[in-house]
Design a protein around this ligand. Structure first.
Ligand SMILES: NC(=O)c1ccc[n+]([C@@H]2O[C@H](COP(=O)([O-])OP(=O)(O)OC[C@H]3O[C@@H](n4cnc5c(N)ncnc54)[C@H](OP(=O)(O)O)[C@@H]3O)[C@@H](O)[C@H]2O)c1
Length: 324
């Protein structure tokens, strides 16, 4: 019998419950997937707690990325067959043993990339892709500050930015996390729980500061992130793990003629050509050994609540994967 982890209403992890269900056959443009690995992301926490809009009245299945095997194919589907290994990013519905997915959201997982790795990197790796290629076009020689460097997106981005020739400074919340980030592309990492990261960036860049700050922490790093930029620098604000920034005025950008963008992966995913290019690049990068995906926490799907507690408690590094 298929089962999923439902959130009964916005709130704490006590609202996550296991329920069995009968999966309908796929619609003409869908396939049925037996899921083998499900990625956990901070967006799941924003949605579970009601920080991001709650899309249905109740009984929401969380989860936005997964990998699995095609078990049945809709009547209008071409290019996918029973037995194919596939992965996807879709808003919600992934904390499930089985589900139907629209073909437009799916990509094949190549040989040489495991299901666990695919589930750990679809959302985070495609995010790293757009941060580096689309939100700011990173070139060799750019200086970068990346917050939460030892996290899921952070460990991927550090390696990728370094491969593009950027000099990357990270921040992280413990000395152990700083060490890990240093092994993943970061040239220097500042423990922002114990040290002033603006002073750190100033010292490390000998006062020239950075071209771009990638800030997914939000309230906890704002407005200091702006103080790390060189004139005409860019802030890419792409998350709020410590809470939303609430005291920002457009005129704040005038302190250095700064640029600010607030992107979301789902807007890139709507473009099928972008998804194919970005996922091919991501999987090639992994397959060739240039990008390591650190699956540092693996739990049964039934323990999704435990995974949430660890992620929101800042007790994880790299990616977390749930196994149905
Ligand atoms: N906009 C998009 O398209 C997009 C897509 C993917 C991810 N994101 C964002 O990118 C960020 C990283 O996502 P992820 O899933 O890879 O998570 P993650 O980085 O593995 O976990 C979040 C990290 O944020 C840091 N943090 C700082 N203050 C925190 C606080 N008060 N509470 C909790 N964590 C805090 C922690 O690292 P330290 O202990 O080292 O500080 C924590 O490990 C999230 O903000 C997420 O929403 C955005």
């Amino acid at each position: 019998m298929a089962y999923a982890i439902y959130a009964t209403e916005p709130g704490g992890t006590e609202n996550l419950v296991r329920k069995e269900f009968e999966l309908d056959g796929p619609a003409p443009d869908e396939v049925s997937v037996r899921q083998t690995a499900v990625g956990v992301n901070f967006i799941d926490i924003y949605i579970r707690t009601g920080g991001y809009p709650w899309p249905v009245d109740n009984n929401l299945v969380l989860g936005c990325e997964a990998a699995g095997v095609v078990e049945a194919v809709g009547s209008g589907v071409s290019g996918l067959r029973e037995g194919d290994r596939v992965a996807y990013v879709v808003k919600n519905g992934a904390y499930s043993s089985h589900r139907n997915v629209a073909v437009s959201n799916l990509v094949h997982i190549p040989d040489g990339v495991s299901d666990e790795v695919a589930a750990a990197c679809m959302l985070k790796g495609l995010t790293a892709y757009y941060l580096i290629h689309n939100s700011f076009n990173i070139e060799a020689g750019h200086k970068v500050l990346f917050h939460a460097a030892a996290g899921g997106v952070g460990l991927i981005a550090g390696q990728w930015l370094a491969a593009r020739g950027a000099t990357v400074i990270g921040t992280a919340g413990s000395d152990e996390k700083c060490e890990l980030a240093l092994e993943n592309g970061y040239e220097d990492v500042i423990n922002y729980k114990t040290d002033d990261f603006v002073a750190g960036v100033k010292a490390l860049t000998e006062g020239s500061m950075v071209d771009v700050v990638y800030d997914s922490v939000g309230a906890g790093t704002w407005p200091d992130s702006m103080h790390c930029l060189k004139r005409h620098g860019t802030i890419v604000s792409f998350g709020q793990s410590s809470g939303a920034v609430e005291d920002f005025k457009i005129s704040d950008l005038a302190m250095g003629s700064f640029y600010l963008t607030r992107p979301t992966l789902f807007h890139f995913l709507d473009d099928r050509e972008w998804l194919e290019n970005a996922s091919t690049t991501l999987f090639d990068f992994i397959g060739s050994g240039r990008l390591n995906i650190a699956v540092n926490q693996t739990l049964p799907l039934e323990e999704a609540a435990k995974a949430h507690q660890a992620l929101e408690g800042r007790n994880t590094t790299g990616s977390t994967v749930l196994i149905p």
